[in-house]
Design a binder for this molecule. Structure first.
Ligand SMILES: [Zn+2]
Length: 127
């Protein structure tokens, strides 16, 4: 399962980052997930809960923020956010476009520690 190996790398990345940020206990991981990333959100959440067992991150929550598709419309000369992944057309003028600016990413962007109850942004890394 694709999501299982992604969950493994997320846990590894979070452990490494929490060490660097001196977070003793990670409460939550914040992940940006593009609609076009090819990752099934529910499967990733499930895999994360499995993978995290027995690691220092056990009990941590995975909080996934969906990133909608943003395309560049050559007619409007503007970036447009698509309300639906398909069809890939400008929502304003209807022009077909394949220039995807956002929506393919998967990025672990913040960790939340237990003691200070604060979110710490980590150096972003695309998987
Ligand atoms: Zn347009």
């Amino acid at each position: 399962m694709h999501e299982l190996s992604i969950a493994h790398s997320l846990v590894e990345l979070a452990m490494e980052s929490s060490k660097n940020l001196e977070i003793k206990r990670v409460k939550a991981l914040y992940l940006k997930l593009g609609v076009l990333s090819g990752v099934v959100k529910e499967a990733l959440e499930f895999s994360f809960d499995v993978v995290v067992q027995g690691t220092p991150l056990e009990g941590a929550k995975l909080i996934i923020e969906d990133v909608p598709i943003t395309v560049f419309c050559p007619d409007c000369q503007e970036a447009q956010v698509l309300p639906e992944p398909f069809p890939m057309r400008c929502p304003v003028c209807g022009t077909k476009t394949g220039q995807v600016l956002a929506g393919r990413e998967m990025e672990l962007y913040a960790l939340e520690g237990e003691e200070e109850n604060a979110r710490t942004n980590i150096e972003s890394k695309n998987c």
